[in-house]
Design a protein around this ligand. Structure first.
Ligand SMILES: [Zn+2]
Length: 475
């Protein structure tokens, strides 16, 4: 007797294989049968007629470390998109291990109130106790380790400091962290050398962890930055994820031909992959130096001028008769959206075989980038249905099977007998993002139902169960 049969749908299993007509039988939190199950007894049956049944999506690039600790109110940015698992702690920024009341930028992108875990194990335990809304696998941020272990961030770490950071990482891996993230792009880690990253990341090799890297430069100096990241991953002999791969600045538009060929060449001798989000605008802390590269800059939050959230930096500058850089300085600390990418690069990177989908959403922003609420439906609506850039099967693979394999998430990402029952039912003709730069928190359409570990968690964008997720600790 099944607890649940999802019947009548077209199954896309996450491997990249063609869709097929099949029902999914679930008992407890696992898939126990796939096939034609119409005459099999079940406690509950859900019709997926005319719909796609796929593995729950995996958001490989998130900053949901704090978001997951608190029971959500109303619709949920990730669950409502069909996401059932998130990777936290990206870009060098993880909530643990660090206790502070005033995290320096960009750590403050995670909010300022939850920096209360001296050990990574304590964070994982708290997450488990909170019973998160979706599954979470967690990275340890190198910048977080730096802020914890170094007095002065404007130089490379000494061998002693590297050893202390490495020891902290080793105990986090022991507790179940899946790897390390780095963000040498950002002020707290800009002075870190490749040697420092290799020294701190040393425990990853024996533990079978991985590294996700926000590289040093995504503009003019991107090739050197890519080579540095590939060198670090290769020296450690581990899987390297190049985070939110993109090219910023008009002068660099079209250079994805060059960067992807560097990545392809490296992939012949080392395990490397990347993630991307389906937008031609990026978002992070408000950096005055980034302003000139962008055709438009929208303020996402500002501590000094909260009312600036949602405004154009260039308009504010005009009103005040000052330069946009000056206004950017006056708004600090703050966040922004930068329009500085080329749609051709976005498409080319998204369709590359090594690319997975990750939102990079910032849940604590007042006026966030719409990628927080719209990434996955946008790929399925805009890039699959409208532009036919990818087949639906391939797009789902980039959100599920590929991601689970690269991040070592056992029993996730593929709908197969014995795997966990993380399932999304969606309408391939209706699925679409509705979040925009003006209205960034609108719930996507076409996502009918989402099951997390066999539990119905979301129906038509509405959360119906907030605690079905689990902490996915490294085996
Ligand atoms: Zn990043």
């Amino acid at each position: 007797m099944f607890d649940l049969v999802i019947e009548g749908g077209e199954l896309i299993d996450g491997t990249g294989a063609a869709r097929r007509r099949a029902d999914v039988g679930i008992a407890g939190y696992k898939v126990v049968a796939i096939g034609l199950l119409a005459d099999q007894p079940a406690r509950q049956r859900v019709s997926a007629k005319g719909r796609i049944v796929a593995p729950g999506f995996i958001d490989v690039h998130t900053h949901d470390d704090c978001l997951l600790l608190h029971a959500p109110q109303g619709a949920h940015p990730k669950l409502s998109q069909g996401v059932t698992t998130v990777i936290t702690g990206n870009c060098g920024i993880s909530l643990a291990p660090l206790m502070t009341q005033s995290p320096p930028a960009p750590l403050d992108l995670l909010g300022t109130s939850d920096w209360r875990f001296d050990r990574f194990a304590d964070y994982l335990d708290a997450l488990e106790q909170a019973q998160p809304i979706v599954n979470a696998a967690c990275l340890v941020g190198h910048s977080t380790l730096r802020v914890k272990h170094m007095q002065q961030l404007t130089r490379a770490a000494t061998p002693d400091e590297c050893a202390r950071m490495a020891a902290d990482l080793a105990s986090a891996l022991q507790a179940g962290a899946i790897g390390m993230s780095t963000g040498v792009y950002y002020p707290p880690a800009q002075s870190a050398t490749a040697d420092e990253l290799v020294a701190v990341g040393a425990p990853l090799t024996a533990a079978g962890g991985m590294v996700a890297m926000h590289i040093r430069d995504e503009g003019d100096a991107i090739t050197a930055a890519l080579r540095e990241a590939l060198h670090v991953g290769n020296s450690l002999g581990i899987t390297t994820v190049l985070s939110h791969h993109k090219l910023v600045g008009t002068a660099n538009h079209g250079r994805s031909f060059e960067t992807l060929s560097i990545i392809d060449a490296a992939a012949k001798t080392q395990s490397v992959c990347m993630d991307c989000y389906p937008y031609n605008a990026s978002s992070t802390m408000l950096l005055p130096a980034r302003v000139h590269q962008s055709s438009e800059v929208l303020v996402t939050w500002s501590k000094t001028e909260p009312l600036a959230a949602g405004r154009s930096l260039f308009e504010l500058a005009k009103e005040r008769n000052r330069t946009p850089e000056d206004v950017a300085k006056a708004l600090q600390p703050a966040g922004a959206i930068y329009f500085a990418m080329d749609e051709g690069d976005v498409s080319r990177i998204m369709s590359h075989p090594l690319t997975m989908i990750g939102s990079d959403g910032l849940a604590h922003d007042v006026q966030p980038h719409p990628r927080l609420w719209g990434t996955f439906p946008r790929v399925l609506g805009r890039y699959v249905r409208e532009q036919r850039l990818l087949s639906l099967e391939l797009a789902v693979h980039k959100m599920t099977g590929l991601s689970a394999r690269r991040f070592g998430l056992k029993g996730r990402g593929v709908l197969a007998v014995g795997n966990f029952a993380d399932v999304v039912i969606f309408d391939e003709h209706q699925v679409a993002d509705r979040a925009s730069y003006q209205q960034p928190t609108r719930v996507s359409s076409g996502i009918d139902a989402v099951f997390v570990n066999g539990v119905l968690a979301c129906e038509q964008g509405r959360t119906v169960h907030s605690h079905a997720g689990r902490v996915l600790r490294r085996a």
